[in-house]
Write a protein that binds this ligand. Structure first.
Ligand code: HEM
Length: 370
């Protein structure tokens, strides 16, 4: 019997390529924010725990102050890809999230608690109190949220286990077992976080709100972290790719449509390699030039885009091998609505750009003095 629920008879309101494009762009931005949160938080915790020098406390506070803002981006940039993936993959995604329903719904509570702990962490650091254990608790919870999201996103690709899971518990109380792709995929996001956290410190090293000594500290530490965890990120990526089913690997090499996703995978490898070199240059050459700090930002965004394109190919090819063709949907495009959406999307980006420009032009306070 076909494992997927019946397709919704209502046609899609926009072309599939457009929905996929918007999904990839918004998910890549969600991933950048998620990685900044996971990595920046752990680095801030370790810096505040080991208090090696005055500069390390300045760096911990600088990260912590920004983390509550990063969290707003994690959440707001999560909603669009959630909506697009529900439209495109709803029959698989709804099934997997219902099957682990208890855990899935718990994400709301975990997220609220993480957010509150983040505020406590920042407030305690600003007040000069011991804060590492508060930050560490927030990081562990964020890691659990990441694990649950990886669980749902991989379970949606395994219709063969759904029936047996539902028979075992209709209450959504069991987590799936036996998927070789789950742990490497989760570790990919966790190691990627520390790698991007390193690049974030390299970016901060180029900001004028730090003293020369603080800048040198940020570049040296961030560069080395980015270099070491860039290699760990590469290893996790290669592991996650190697455990994909043979049919998916072949599709990424040979399928006319998905060769592009396979190419994005190679591009990802190359970009992470370049970022490791940038990390080494920053770490040992202590480079703090403004332009150089932006190189890390550009690399981080490109790396997440290529990762999401590759991941999208893996998902489509896996689902295709099990009878779910994402392109096989009735489409009745309502160009007025699509046009209005795109206009509002561009206006929204413009407003965000203006907000960023206001922040950039605002009066600067030295981070160590604040
Ligand atoms: C601390 C907060 C969060 C963390 C650490 C986090 C982490 C992650 C991770 C690790 C993945 C990749 C899973 C994988 O493919 O292996 C992911 C994907 C995703 N996250 Fe988040 N996330 C967070 C918050 C949220 C929230 C609040 C939402 C929903 C509003 C959300 C929606 C999504 C969606 C929809 C995807 C996958 C989309 C797709 O594959 O189409 N995330 N997130």
């Amino acid at each position: 019997m076909h494992p997927f629920p019946a397709v919704d008879p209502i046609p899609l309101p926009a072309p599939i390529w457009l929905l996929k494009l918007l999904h990839i762009v918004t998910l890549a931005l969600h991933f950048v924010a998620v990685e900044m949160l996971l990595g920046g938080l752990l680095l801030a915790v370790l810096l505040s725990l080991f208090r090696g020098s005055p500069a390390s406390m300045v760096a911990a506070r600088a990260l912590a102050r920004r983390l509550t803002i990063v969290m707003t981006f994690v959440i707001n940039l999560a909603v669009p890809p959630l909506l697009f993936s529900q439209v495109l993959y709803g029959r698989a995604l709804y099934t997997s999230s219902v099957l682990i329903g208890l855990y899935w719904i718990s994400i709301i509570g975990l997220l609220t608690l993480t957010y509150w702990l983040l505020y406590r962490f920042t407030a305690r650091l600003e007040a000069g109190k011991s804060a590492w254990w508060v930050g560490l608790s927030a990081w562990v919870l964020a890691g659990c949220i990441a694990r649950l999201l990886s669980t749902t996103m991989t379970l949606m690709l395994r219709p063969e286990v759904w029936r047996q899971m539902y028979s075992a518990s209709a209450a959504g109380a069991y987590l799936p077992t036996g998927d070789p792709t789950l742990t490497p995929r989760w570790l990919l996001m966790m190691t990627g976080g520390i790698f991007i956290g390193g690049l974030w410190l390299v970016y901060l090293a180029g900001r004028s709100t730090f003293t020369v000594d603080e800048k040198l500290f940020l570049a040296a530490l961030g560069g080395k972290v980015a270099a070491v965890f860039g290699l760990a990120y590469l290893a996790a990526g290669l592991w996650a790719a190697s455990v994909q089913p043979e049919i998916v690997k072949t599709g990424l090499r040979a399928d006319a449509l998905y060769k592009f996703a396979g190419f994005a995978g190679y591009l990802w490898l190359a970009l992470v390699g370049v970022a490791v070199l940038v990390g080494l240059a920053a770490g040992f050459g202590k480079l703090t030039a403004n332009w150089f700090s932006w190189v890390g930002v550009l690399l981080a965004v490109l790396i997440e885009i290529t990762l999401v394109v590759y991941r999208d190919g893996v998902r489509d090819l896996t689902l295709l091998s099990k009878g779910y063709n994402v392109w096989d949907r009735a489409v009745e495009t309502n160009w007025w609505v699509v046009g209005l959406f795109l206009v509002l999307f561009v206006v929204g980006l413009g407003v965000v750009g203006w907000l960023v420009s206001v922040v950039v032009r605002s009066k600067k306070v030295m981070e160590g003095a604040a």
